[in-house]
Design a protein. Structure first.
Length: 131
């Protein structure tokens, strides 16, 4: 019983010291920034220097359900449909070229694509899976 009383007293003294140390009244030197998070409208022309509308011509082998990402690279449009999930390639006129797919369990293959990026230096399309 005596050891537990000493431990309790030691814990109470330590807690009191820590509480006093935390209320020092000195400023920490950290500047707080105020950020306006309210939605605002930005004219489209301020975001992009040029715009071109390319209607995608879908086929039975390429029916888009939900476009999550579009990347333009070397006269091609790469479209990721996260609802399917699938990655499609279109030419500069919007014509379907191919579905990019390497599904499987082997090296360089994937079960489920969740995103992609293009390594422009190596000219390589890199799909990401969720694993």
């Amino acid at each position: 019983m005596k050891a537990s009383t000493k431990n309790f007293t030691l814990a109470a003294v330590l807690a009191a010291v820590l509480m006093c140390a935390c209320t020092s009244g000195q400023k920490s030197g950290v500047t707080a920034l105020s950020v306006d998070l309210s939605p605002s409208e930005i004219p489209f022309g301020e975001l992009f220097s040029e715009m071109e509308l390319v209607p995608l011509k879908t086929t039975d082998s390429c029916l888009l359900m939900g476009v999550d990402k579009v990347v333009a690279f070397e006269n091609r449009l790469y479209v990721f449909d996260g609802q399917r999930p699938a990655l499609y390639e279109f030419d500069e006129e919007g014509r379907f070229v191919r579905q990019i797919s390497r599904k499987g369990n082997g090296p360089g293959e994937y079960q489920l694509i969740c995103d992609f990026m293009i390594d422009k230096d190596r000219r390589n399309i890199m799909p990401y899976n969720s694993y």
